[in-house]
Ligand binder design. Structure first.
Ligand code: FAD
Length: 393
């Protein structure tokens, strides 16, 4: 069997088997057999997570046969559970619909992006997971479960960010918004000017984020607004690029160089002081070795049980480092600055937390665990890494 690698190359393993089921019944049989034989089953999306979420010594499921449009009901589209995000965006647009926000790239699988609470930026915009209003999955007992927010709100709030631990999605139902254009602008300024004006920049743009570059102290600002809205000028910054188009075309950016990343969600009011402490620490200790950017974004509060933004509007701060260079010492040194301000780690990015700490961070942690155990009582979906984040001791 050949080696599996994630996008950055920092997670590698060789499963005993890669299975590519044709339909739900075959997937259910695979899971039941694995349960009988005490094997671990994991499912991969596009492998863009840098935590070992999909690692398994036994069975890795590829959902490439579960692809494309299923049905439409008003603004809700049902799509098959292995559909890639780029393709999903095209399908939504054909129906005059769109996700209200996207992250930095559109290369993930839709179920993978939803599974870790993938987010973009925007004070009033929630994570992609919040579009999920129902779906179908095969749980750890090999049962096919059809759920909806109307009939089972709690289950849906658990399923929105579940790291593939409740089951394997064969269908996702997403409530979307009418398709829309955005005007994207990229600006350059000094970080001090950005920080002095941060609240205004966040409040006056639909989407706003910035990158800080440790070696130059420059900040690259990105603003996206519905054409004809948003500030025309930022007096202390100069516009380097601009573009208008469908949201799905202008929000994602291309990513050439491979990197590893640590990202935390903080209560929004803790974002600026936390960023300033990290900035000082990087300047004092890491700037010689780390020239990579630090990204600052905002996300609206939501109710998904394991969402980083559960119950609180959030600022997110992420540190990047070249995938070919060691990142561990850098990320481990910065993480305490993030946890000190009440941060929750992004599930798809590097972090060093275990169940004992994590359970303190999510008010509905125990509720989620109850649902997880009911869906997968024998732990068919639990790999060694997931046990460290979900099981204490
Ligand atoms: C270049 C790059 C840019 C990124 N930009 C952002 C960003 O802007 N914002 C952000 O929040 N994150 C970002 N991320 C992180 C990324 O969005 C998440 O790690 C996401 O989960 C990756 O999706 P994937 O399809 O690659 O899933 P994988 O990494 O393959 O899997 C993620 C999880 O989803 C589960 N899963 C996959 N398919 C299914 C299924 N059918 N049913 C049930 N579970 C399933 C897997 O088991 C796993 O637990 C970025 C990552 C990279 C490498």
């Amino acid at each position: 069997m050949s080696e599996w690698s994630n996008w950055s190359g920092s997670v590698r393993f060789t499963p005993a088997a890669v299975v590519v089921p044709e339909n739900e019944e075959e997937l259910a049989r695979i899971i039941r057999r694995a349960g009988d034989e005490k094997q671990t089953v994991r499912v991969s999306g596009a492998g863009h997570s840098s935590t070992p979420l999909v690692q398994t010594p036994d069975i890795l499921v590829s959902m490439k046969n579960f692809n494309g449009f299923v049905a439409r009901d008003g603004a809700t589209i049902a799509i098959r559970g292995g559909t890639m995000l780029t393709e999903a965006n095209e399908i939504f647009l054909e129906h005059g619909l769109a996700l209200e926000n996207l992250g930095d790239v559109d290369l993930q699988a839709l179920a993978g992006a939803i599974g870790t609470g993938t987010h973009g930026t925007g004070r009033n915009l929630r994570t992609m997971s919040n579009h999920l209003v129902g779906g179908r999955l095969v749980n750890g007992k090999g049962e096919i479960v059809d759920f909806s927010i109307k009939d089972d709100p709690d289950f849906t709030l658990a399923a929105r960010v579940a790291l593939g631990t409740l089951g394997i999605f064969t269908e996702l139902r997403l409530k979307l918004v009418p398709a829309f254009h955005l005007h994207r602008k990229e600006w350059c300024t000094h970080i001090e000017d950005c920080m002095v004006n941060l609240d205004k920049l966040i409040a006056s743009n639909r989407n706003f984020d910035f990158y800080w570059y440790p070696r130059s102290d420059e900040a690259k600002l990105r603003t996206l607004n519905i054409p004809g809205t948003g500030p025309k000028d930022i007096p202390y910054a100069w516009c380097q690029k601009e573009r208008t188009g469908w949201s799905g075309d202008v929000i994602p950016r291309s990513r050439g160089n491979k990197f590893d990343e640590i990202e935390y969600w903080l209560p929004i009011e803790n974002g600026p002081p936390c960023f300033e402490e990290i900035r000082q620490r990087i300047k004092d200790v890491h700037r010689k070795d780390v020239g990579w950017r630090v990204l600052y974004r905002t996300v609206a509060a939501d109710e998904a049980m394991l969402s980083g933004a559960y119950g609180r509007a959030s600022a997110t701060i992420s540190m990047h480092h070249n995938a070919s260079l060691p990142h561990d010492a850098f990320f481990r040194d910065i993480e305490p600055y993030l946890t000190k301000y009440g941060g929750r780690p992004h599930w798809g990015k590097k972090h060093y937390q275990t169940a004992t700490n994590l359970k303190q961070l999510y008010p509905r942690w125990d509720h989620f665990q109850g649902i997880r155990r009911s869906m997968d009582p024998e732990g068919v979906f639990m790999n060694a890494y997931l046990r460290t984040i979900f099981e204490e001791g």
